[in-house]
Design a protein around this ligand. Structure first.
Ligand SMILES: Nc1ncnc2c1ncn2[C@@H]1O[C@H](COP(=O)(O)OP(=O)(O)OP(=O)(O)O)[C@@H](O)[C@H]1O
Ligand SMILES: Nc1ccn([C@@H]2O[C@H](COP(=O)(O)O)[C@@H](O)[C@H]2O)c(=O)n1
Length: 230
């Protein structure tokens, strides 16, 4: 017979929401604080988009996108202190954040063959963690990990989100940023396969009037309550 503290079951946390609601910042901090892994699924869709742009694939042709969806090897590092992303061995953490990739990612992520491929990667990473993982994206609670222990859906007004993003992209026009966010959310919400949506059993947190520290505290509390069986 073995003695000692029982090992906690790995916890799986899904955090979804529109662009700029704070998913990445919150998920990274919560994972770091609780000793969990962290997966940025948007980075994976950006990475496959970067590969398609780099290889001259016609992004207005879903058939052309589908035909090559299985080609690039995408590897995500899940340490919240230093998340990484490579495509065919190349570090693409910087290139996937360009305006070009941001404006094209919704067209690529709407293609069912791309989603099947990336969803498989996400599930294999989520089941392999020792303590658990925080996975953030658009369809994690609804499709990728429907049995997640905790699902959070972050929201914020378009104005708050645009102000946050403009602060990040020094000198960016707030109105143009707001319009771009709204356009990307509309594309992500209206696609047929696995659209951006709140899972029926997700906890919605409106972050418009909250500081990042308050959102992190709120999510950490929800995870701890879930672990304690409350
Ligand atoms: N509650 C908050 N208050 C103020 N700023 C915030 C808050 N949450 C996040 N931010 C800031 O807003 C910006 C966008 O946050 P973040 O990248 O985490 O959002 P996101 O939902 O992951 O966006 P995307 O889906 O576009 O990747 C960052 O600069 C972040 O520091
Ligand atoms: N689960 C997900 C995550 C992301 N996407 C697509 O990727 C784009 C980029 O996401 P960011 O979080 O890095 O801004 C996003 O606009 C979606 O098109 C997705 O489809 N599903």
């Amino acid at each position: 017979m073995e003695y000692g503290a029982p090992t906690a079951k790995p916890v799986i946390v899904a955090i979804d929401g529109p662009s700029g609601t704070g998913k990445s910042s919150t998920s990274k901090a919560v994972a770091a604080q609780l000793g969990l892994s962290y997966l940025d699924t948007g980075a994976q869709y950006r990475a496959i988009t970067w590969w398609m742009v780099t290889n001259g694939i016609d992004l207005e042709d879903p058939t052309a996108i589908a035909a090559v969806a299985g080609k690039p090897e995408i590897i995500s590092g899940t340490d919240p202190a230093a998340p990484t992303i490579t495509v065919d061995g190349v570090d693409v953490a910087g290139p996937i954040r360009t305006q070009e990739v941001t404006s094209k990612v919704s067209a690529v992520s709407a293609v069912p063959e791309v989603r099947t491929r990336i969803t498989e990667l996400q599930r294999s990473l989520a089941v392999g963690t020792e303590n658990g993982i925080v996975v953030e994206g658009r369809d994690i609670g609804t499709t990728v990990l429907p049995d997640a222990d905790l699902k959070i859906f972050l929201t914020a007004s378009p104005e708050a989100r645009a102000a946050r993003r403009s602060g990040e992209l020094k000198g960016a026009d707030v109105n143009a940023t707001r319009e771009a966010l709204i356009k990307r959310d509309a594309a992500d919400s209206s696609r047929k396969t696995s659209p951006l949506a709140k899972a029926g059993d997700a906890v919605e947190v409106d972050t418009t009037e909250l500081t990042l520290a308050q959102v992190i505290e709120c999510v950490v509390t929800l995870v701890e309550e879930k672990r304690a069986g409350k």
